[in-house]
Design a binder for this molecule. Structure first.
Ligand code: F3S
Ligand code: F3S
Length: 105
């Protein structure tokens, strides 16, 4: 799967959403999250993020390694919604993201 890391927090550019063929990039309050089971690893989202927040799971920089878990665990109580467009903004964030101070860009 691909992973969205810290640069997305409090920015949410959303260019990535347009590129995803399976609509598996979901919006939380402060960040977006890629569904680990719905992502088909097409990689289309990665180059369009203006702040390079998106990484293939094996390529996540060490400082943001915990974001793999954050993207996975975000969906623990959501299961597999099968499409972000119909799900809309999900009123929560992973605790890792929720605990961050406001991010400036
Ligand atoms: Fe976030 Fe980059 Fe997408 S800032 S919303 S991962 S384009
Ligand atoms: Fe979609 Fe990016 Fe995965 S475009 S299928 S979230 S690699």
């Amino acid at each position: 799967t691909y992973v969205i890391a810290q640069p997305c927090v409090d920015l949410k550019d959303k260019s990535c959403i347009e590129e995803c063929p399976v609509d598996c990039i979901y919006e939380g309050e402060r960040s977006l999250y890629i569904h680990p089971d719905e992502c088909v690893d097409c990689g289309a989202c990665e180059p369009v993020c203006p702040v390079e927040a998106i990484y293939y799971e094996d390529d996540v920089p060490q400082e943001w390694a915990d974001y793999y878990k954050a993207n996975v665990e975000f969906f623990d109580d959501l299961g597999s919604p099968g499409g972000a467009a119909k799900t809309g903004v999900i009123p929560k964030d992973h605790p890792l993201v929720a605990a961050l101070p406001p991010q400036s860009h």
